[in-house]
Design a protein around this ligand. Structure first.
Ligand code: ZN
Length: 87
């Protein structure tokens, strides 16, 4: 798996929708590649922070505002691209 493939697959990996072979390749790439390891950790941490903030802000609403999460993730991706994330 390349850094670029990992970046594309990270959403599905976190959702648990990758097949076993892809998951294996993903995990192995993270172990071998410090750049992607940091990227994945930052990505997961940012998502957790965003979700926690959104849940707090919308405690009176039912469920998570998916549009807000999606737009946040898009902005996060752009920021990471600018910061020289994995290619
Ligand atoms: Zn990598």
């Amino acid at each position: 798996m390349t850094c670029r493939e990992l970046e594309v697959l990270i959403d599905e990996y976190l959702e648990g929708s990758l097949d076993e072979r892809q998951r294996d390749g993903f995990a192995r790439h993270l172990k071998a590649c410090g750049v992607c390891d940091r990227y994945a950790n930052g990505y997961v941490g940012a998502i957790d922070l965003a979700k926690a903030a959104l849940v707090k802000d919308s405690a009176s609403q039912s469920g998570l505002p998916e549009e807000a999460v999606a737009s946040f993730l898009a902005a996060l991706r752009n920021a990471m691209d600018r910061d020289g994330g994995p290619r």
